[in-house]
Design a protein around this ligand. Structure first.
Ligand SMILES: [Zn+2]
Length: 69
């Protein structure tokens, strides 16, 4: 999964972060990827912590969407 800002020619790096679905607790497979430069910014730290607070896995996201319909 990609997060943050990645420029066209920028190298991507893999982030070692443990992220779990906030609803069912399932771990995100494969980790996260972002641009090499962006990964070193404060902005990125904030984004990743927000992402962890709100993350829903595909299944829970679908369920949520079905409830709304
Ligand atoms: Zn889930």
């Amino acid at each position: 999964m990609r997060i943050g800002k990645i420029s066209d020619n920028e190298k991507m790096i893999k982030i070692q972060a443990e992220i779990y679905c906030t609803n069912c607790g399932k771990q995100v497979p494969g980790g996260l990827r972002t641009g090499e430069k962006y990964a070193q910014t404060k902005e990125f730290e904030i984004e990743i912590s927000e992402f962890k607070k709100k993350y829903l896995c595909g299944i829970c996201r679908d369920k949520k969407r079905l409830k709304k319909d």
